[in-house]
Design a protein around this ligand. Structure first.
Ligand code: CA
Length: 222
C-alpha cells in the first residue's frame, strides 16, 4: 500500500516515515500544503496522513480541495492535542479519522491498518483474512490452519495488497504503483519473482495469472 505523508515537522516526518516503512508501506513525504493538493490528486495513494498546520496552504484547505475535486482516498488528520475545534473542522471537511499530537506510533499503525481495511469494505475483519489465509500485519507473516508461513518484507507487502483486493485482476503496473514510493524504480520482473515465491509458499492456485491482464488473488488452498 502506498501512503502520502504531509507533515512539515521534519523530525516527526522522518520518524513516521521510518515507522510506516517498517510496517511495509511505501511512503511519499511532502511538507507544503500547495504541493500536497497537487500530488494527492495526481498519484494513486491508498491513504493520506495530513497534518493540519502546514506552510503554503493549511491542511484543512488542502483536504477541502481534495474532496471538492472528488478525491475519495481515506485521509487521517494529525491535530493539535488541545484543539477540539480543529478535529471537528477536519471531520467536517472530509477526514476519515484523526490523531491528536503527541500520539504513540503503534496507535497510528493500527488506525492506518483499520482505515485501509474499511476502505476496502473489510471493516468487519479485525485482521486481514481471505480464503483460509490470515495475515498478521504486526508480525508480517501469514498463517494457515494456525501454522505460520514466513514471508520476506517484499512478499508481505505484495500479499497484503492482494488480500485487500481479493478476486480482483491487478495489472503489474497497477501493483507497482501501489507497492513502491515515487522515488523507487519500478521493475515488473521483480514483481513476477515475488509472485512466484508467494506461490511456492502458499500454493500455486492462490495467485492466478490472467494473460495480458495481470494477477488475481483467488485465495483458494491447494
Ligand atoms: Ca505542522
Amino acid at each position: 500500500m502506498r501512503l502520502l505523508l504531509v507533515e512539515d515537522n521534519v523530525p516527526l516526518a522522518d520518524e513516521l516515515t521510518q515507522g510506516l516503512q517498517r510496517q511495509g508501506y511505501a511512503v511519499d513525504w511532502l511538507a507544503d500544503g500547495r504541493d500536497a493538493v497537487y500530488q494527492g490528486s495526481s498519484e494513486p495513494y491508498d491513504l493520506i496522513i495530513l497534518d493540519l498546520g502546514l506552510p503554503g496552504l493549511s491542511g484543512l484547505e488542502v483536504l477541502a480541495q481534495w474532496r471538492a475535486s472528488g478525491l475519495a482516498t481515506p485521509v487521517l488528520i494529525l491535530t493539535a492535542r488541545s484543539s477540539w475545534a480543529e478535529r471537528i473542522e477536519g471531520l467536517k471537511a472530509g477526514a476519515d479519522d484523526y490523531l491528536s499530537k503527541p500520539f504513540h506510533a503503534e496507535e497510528l499503525m493500527l488506525r492506518v491498518q483499520a482505515l485501509l481495511r474499511r476502505a476496502r469494505g473489510l471493516a468487519n475483519q479485525p485482521t486481514l483474512e481471505a480464503a483460509g489465509l490470515h495475515l498478521d500485519e504486526g508480525r508480517q507473516c501469514v498463517t494457515r490452519d494456525g501454522v505460520d508461513i514466513q514471508l520476506t518484507a517484499a512478499e508481505f507487502r505484495l500479499l497484503r495488497y492482494f488480500m485487500l483486493h481479493p478476486q480482483q485482476i491487478l495489472s503489474k503496473s497497477h501493483l507497482a504503483e501501489h507497492l513502491y514510493d515515487g522515488e523507487t524504480e519500478r521493475d515488473s520482473n521483480v514483481l513476477e519473482v515475488h509472485v512466484n515465491h508467494l506461490r511456492r509458499k502458499l500454493g500455486r492456485s492462490v495467485i492466478e495469472t490472467h494473460r495480458g491482464q495481470g494477477y488475481r488473488y483467488a485465495g483458494s488452498a491447494e
